[in-house]
Every structure is written in C-alpha cells, then in structure tokens.
Design a protein around this ligand. Structure first.
Ligand code: ASP
Ligand code: MG
Length: 517
C-alpha cells in the first residue's frame, strides 16, 4: 500500500523566490522516489503583495499599475528564462501575456469605479500561484521527463469552499468528486497544484486567505489520502523558543498535533491551527522542513509524539494587559465569574488568560492591551453595585505585560511544573493541561524565556570532560564519545565536550567551547 500512496510537499514563497530556488526545489523533488508526489506551490516570494499592490494602485486610479504589472512580467520572464528550454519559455510567456491582458481588464474596471471589490482583488492576487505552478511543472518536465512530471492542476478546478465569518470551509464531497476528475485514480508521477486559490460554491474564484497555501496543501493531502505532508520552508523546523530571544533554542524533532496547535495559538511560528485541521482529521503526519537544508530531519507533527519530553516549547505573546478584580465580597458568591465573562463577551473582549486565586478573592484576566480600557469599563459597569457596596474593592489595569506559555503533552498530570523562579504576575494552566501560561512584565520577558527554557532543560546540558591518559581505555572512550555525540545530544540533551587530554609529558587543551562534532 505505502509504495503507491501519495506524499504531498508544499513549497512556500521563500522557497520559490528566484530561479536558483526553483532549481533547488527541482533537485529536492528529483531525488525522491515515491510513485505519487503532489507538490503544492505558493507564489514566488513577495509576488502576492505585488499583485495586491496593483489593485490598490488602480483603486487610486494611478496609471502606474501598468508599469508595475510590466515589472511583475519582467521578474517572471527573467526567472523562467534560465529554467526551461526556449520553446517551453515561449509557451510560458504567451500564457503570461494572456493573463496580463485579463489582469489589465480587471484593473481598468477597478480604476473606473475607484474601488476594488474583494472578488477582483482575489482574482488578481491568485495569479502568483498559477504562474509558479506552470513554471515549476515546465521545469520538472524538462528535468525529469514527460512520464514522471509536467502536470499541473489549478486548485480552482478542485477545492470548493464556502466563505463564512471564520474564513473558508471546505465542501469536501464536491471537492472530492472534482479531484477524481482532475487526476485519474491510476495517476503516477509528480503533479503540481496551485496553493492559495479555490472556488466558492457559486463557482467564483476565491482565496483561502493570506498564507493560505499551507491550508491548500493540507486539503490536497486529505483529498488524495496522503500519508504525509511535508511543508518546506526556510527554517529547520519548529523551535523550542524564538531563537532571537533564546539563543539556545533548538528544533523540536517530534510534537503532537495538540502541542503544535497550542504553540501556534500562543504565537509561535509553527503552522496555522486551521491548516492542521484536515491533517488531524485524516491522521496525516506533517513535517516542517528546510528547503535550504534538505538533509535536516525537521519537525514531525503527528497524532502521537515519539518524544515524551515533558515540555516541548515556550512562547511569548506581548502587548497584553492584566485586569484584576479584587474584593473579599466575591468569596463564595456563585456566578461572579459567569457574569464577568458574559459581560466581556457581549462587549467583544476576548480573554486570553484567566486566573482565579483559590481563595476566590480576586479574578485576574489577561486581554490584548488595546482592549484593556474597554474591559475595565465593562467590568465596572457590570459590578457597579458591588463596587459601591464595597464587596468589590477595585478593578485595576496593568499594562505592558506579556504571556509566556509553556507547552507539552507530557505535562498533563505532572505536578510541580509550574515553577520557574521568575516574578510571575498571574498563572493559569490550560484545561488541556498541556499548557501553562504565566504573565510577566514585558521588560522581563526575554530573561524569563531564557530562565524557563534552561530551567526545563530544553537547552542542552554541557558536560566538560578532561581525559588523563590516552591508552587503550582512554582512546576507546574518545571513539565512543565521537560515535555517540549526536545521539547524546538529540536523545539525552547532553552536550559532551572534551576540553583537555593529558598524558605523562604533554597536555592538549581544547579551544574554548569547541564541539567535537
Ligand atoms: N501567496 C499567498 C500569500 O502570500 C499564499 C501563501 O503563500 O501561502 O499570502
Ligand atoms: Mg507561508
């Protein structure tokens, strides 16, 4: 079965930024032996922005849209030139010229009414993915031959969605039927699919929203019943913390869907929770990989994680405010929290974190800073009586806070994890028990992240070794260290460094902090 099953690979804009990038992607795909490969592509890096800009220029009736469109064409032609033979190039550029006519028609209409309806903007913005797909398919056909590659499929012929307040919902039955028409059951080889674009239930073009190509890839993976989706990007994988803040941050090799979603919710750049939906529902593993480092194993996200480490990652969200409601009169009064959250919900304030002291003497909520005033006003109005009667002493807001979320499945039921030795303003454990969030002053956030990161042993522990005598035992030991060093680091989080080797007359001192491997 697995020999014939599909594997989907998605390449984002940074992996397809220029001709050299397309070559690299071609090499990566060329080295794969799976019988059936689907490749979902984004527009070339920056292209979607350029296309959206055309619509805004036209909206201002600014004729510059014509020269801006010509620049887009030049970029495409320059890229294509080195990737395909002259006859394929002529075809691609002819198609581009026809697309450009259509785009100009739309832009002219926008310019006339000085406003760009969503549909028109979507149509213009969606060309980036079409051009990438055509170009990559042509390049692969030339590189790998007609039998293996060359097909590209316009997602508008397959992915059918209904747009709602929360974005696009896939109409699976319709999409599945269309998929069967687009690619026959016995298809073998590499097929390229456009990301980002789709049609709605009225048959009109739409998009899956900015950065929607990951979602497209998950949808296609579900439609072809793939067993794995690889998302190729420009980083090695999901990091245990933001490396700009925590230099010791490491790639998380394996994490569960739940952990990935929890990290994404708290702002880690993992993968959008919506994107994971079709993967979770169909139990398709998602692997985040680096196009520029294809040998790196990346991060594997699946239903279960092979790595039982308690804590997987730490992330921080800034621009938060704490709103604290204090009053001895709240003790034992049922329904206080219900009234509070109903009032906040009616006022459209979404609460990111809730923490109630076990004495029930205070309730503390964290909300985005820009909503803090509104939250405080609503709370004061709701509890007006209690405030004037003295059962509630006050509602105060402290701004400039950050939430640090510590995430890991293994935390469930493990007591004592909520200790990290930093000045914590509020603390909450998610009901899933796979996340503990603490609120700290934004000035402390980097220090706190580092402390938590090393406190939970996410940073490797370094063991310095000095060796006296390099006889049989000593040199066997050195061989073992050399052979096991990677494993010790990845599995046991131990970083062994030989700092000195001494024999009777001589001593060799290692460069400071030089790693053996
Ligand atoms: N090209 C689209 C965007 O820039 C979709 C994507 O790349 O995921 O938003
Ligand atoms: Mg992306």
């Amino acid at each position: 079965m697995s020999g014939n099953s599909w594997k989907i690979h998605k390449f984002g804009g940074s992996s397809l930024a220029d001709a050299q990038c397309f070559e690299r992607v071609g090499d990566i795909l060329g080295a794969m032996s799976n019988a059936r490969i689907g490749v979902v592509v984004s527009a070339m890096g920056g292209m979607t922005n350029e296309l959206l800009y055309l619509s805004s220029l036209a909206e201002q009736n600014d004729r510059d849209y014509l020269s801006a469109l010509a620049d887009v064409g030049t970029r495409y032609a320059e890229t294509a030139k080195t990737l395909v033979s002259p006859d394929l190039l002529v075809c691609l550029l002819d198609q581009w010229a026809r697309d450009s006519e259509d785009i100009q028609d739309i832009l002219r209409a926008i310019a006339q009414v000085k406003s760009a309806p969503r549909r028109s903007r979507d149509i213009v913005a969606g060309y980036g993915e079409i051009w990438s797909a055509r170009l990559l398919a042509a390049h692969l056909q030339q590189k790998l031959g007609n039998d293996r590659a060359g097909r590209w499929i316009d997602a508008r012929e397959v992915i059918t969605v209904r747009q709602g307040d929360l974005g696009a919902t896939v109409l699976w039955d319709v999409s599945r039927k269309k998929m069967a028409l687009a690619l026959t059951e016995d298809f073998q080889g590499i097929a390229v699919f456009t990301g980002f674009i789709a049609v709605d239930d009225g048959g009109l073009q739409t998009t899956l929203g900015r950065n929607g190509s990951d979602y497209s890839a998950a949808i296609f993976s579900a439609l072809v019943d793939a067993n794995e989706l690889d998302i190729w990007t420009d980083v090695d994988g999901v990091m245990s913390a933001d490396p700009r803040r925590v230099p010791d941050a490491q790639v998380i090799h394996s994490l569960s869907f739940d952990e990935a979603m929890e990290l994404a919710y708290f702002g880690a750049k993992v993968i959008h929770p919506q994107t994971l939906g079709p993967a979770v529902d169909n139990d398709i593993s998602v692997v985040i990989r680096n196009t520029f480092q294809p040998d790196h194993p990346g991060s594997r996200i699946g239903a279960v994680t092979s790595d039982a480490q308690q804590i997987k990652g730490i992330t921080a969200v800034g621009n938060m405010a704490l709103v604290n409601i204090e009053g001895s009169g709240m003790i034992g009064v049922p329904g206080t929290a219900d009234r509070l959250f109903a009032a906040l919900r009616d006022a459209g304030v979404s609460v990111t974190l809730i923490s109630q002291a076990s004495s029930e003497h205070s309730i503390c909520i964290a909300v985005p800073s820009e909503l803090a005033e509104r939250a405080a006003t609503v709370i004061a109005a709701t509890f007006e009586e209690e405030l004037s009667g003295g059962q509630i002493q006050g509602v105060d807001v402290s701004d400039g806070q950050s939430i640090i979320a510590v995430v890991g499945d293994g935390m469930a039921g493990t007591p004592g994890v909520a200790r990290a030795g930093i000045n914590i303003r509020a603390i909450a454990q998610g009901s899933s028990e796979r996340n503990i969030s603490v609120v700290v002053d934004s000035d402390d956030v980097t220090r706190a992240l580092r402390a938590v990161h090393s406190g939970f042993y996410l940073s490797a522990k370094t063991i310095s070794v000095g060796l006296i005598g390099v006889g049989v035992v000593g040199s066997a030991f050195l061989d073992q260290v050399r052979d096991q060093i990677e494993r010790l680091r990845s599995e046991f989080n131990l970083d062994i460094r030989i700092r000195a080797i001494a024999r009777s007359r001589k001593m060799l001192l290692g460069e400071r902090f030089r790693r053996l491997a």
